[in-house]
Design a protein around this ligand. Sequence first.
Ligand code: SIN
Ligand code: MN
Length: 201
Amino acid sequence: MSAPVDFRGVALFPGLLDRAAQEAMVAALRRVAEAAPMFHPETRFGKRMSVRMTSAGTFGWVSDRRGYRYERRHPSGVEWPPIPSEVLGVWRQVSGTDRLPECCLVNYYSEAARMGLHQDIDESDFSMPVVSISLGDDALFRVGGLSRSDPTASTWLHSGDVCVLSGAARRAFHGIDRLKPGTSTLLPQGGRLNVTLRVVT
Ligand code: SIN
Ligand code: MN
């Protein structure tokens, strides 16, 4: 594994997953989505988010008119499936901690989907990193500072890239501006999967 590239405090591991590893992970995520189907979350204000999502692990991240939070069950009432071993392997490689992630959030971006600038701050222990894996089409990743009004910069994430948000960047504002459709052949239907791993408690 080569040393990460620093992007505004975020550690980027470009191409950490080769094509075979990406395909194996997509197959594992498909099994997650069979057990816990992808859904379109809504914001507290009733606005549908453009990504579809599901989770694996002890906790899943959900959002609806009651607001956003971690839950032990999928909205249908089933337990979240276990985090796939392929995904845990990436966590072990880059997280720098012996603790295991409790939430594996899986976001699917269709061509037009995006993710507004936000912080990951629903967890209890910010000394634990957030690990994020990109699969499929390229995505423009924006990173700012600890305040929404801080300056931001963006970089393209490619299929197989892994990012680690830790230290000062753990609570940095970040988001996905847009996808570049047709840039990857990994997902037959196109678009992008993002896997985010977090320790919650
Ligand atoms: C997120 O911050 O939840 C997703 C980031 C990404 O899609 O790369
Ligand atoms: Mn996030």
